[in-house]
Design a binder for this molecule. Structure first.
Ligand code: FES
Length: 116
């Protein structure tokens, strides 16, 4: 019997990674958790779970913002969305993840990569 910890990890190709804060400091009432569940359904609906446009999703207990949430971050662009409602999340999936256009009015931060 093989030891799972000795196996080399394998990552299927993906286009983007979405992080959703499910913590209780940036929003109340577990709004992030509801969004995380909604995200799965939206990704499936838009056929973004498999293939070259595959989007990975992860939930995090805190993304270090702790206000103005729920917080959702999209990589590799490093675009951070705040105050994400179910309606805004649907726009993020359709406009950003599917069509490649940021939902600018909900963006509060962008990654500023260090040159070099
Ligand atoms: S609890 Fe959501 S960013 Fe910290």
């Amino acid at each position: 019997m093989s030891n799972p910890e000795s196996l080399v990890p394998v990552m299927e190709p993906y286009a983007r990674h979405v992080l959703v804060c499910t913590g209780g400091f940036c929003s109340t009432g577990r709004k992030g958790r509801a969004l995380y569940a909604q995200l799965a359904a939206l990704l499936q609906r838009e056929e973004l779970l498999f293939g070259p446009r595959r989007v990975k999703r992860s939930e995090a207990p805190c993304l270090g913002v702790c206000g103005g949430g729920p917080i959702v971050a999209v990589y590799p662009e490093g675009v951070w969305y705040g105050g994400v409602t179910p309606e805004v999340l649907e726009r993020i999936v359709v406009e950003h993840l599917r069509d490649g256009r940021e939902v600018r009015e909900a963006v509060f931060h962008r990654l500023d990569p260090v040159a070099g």
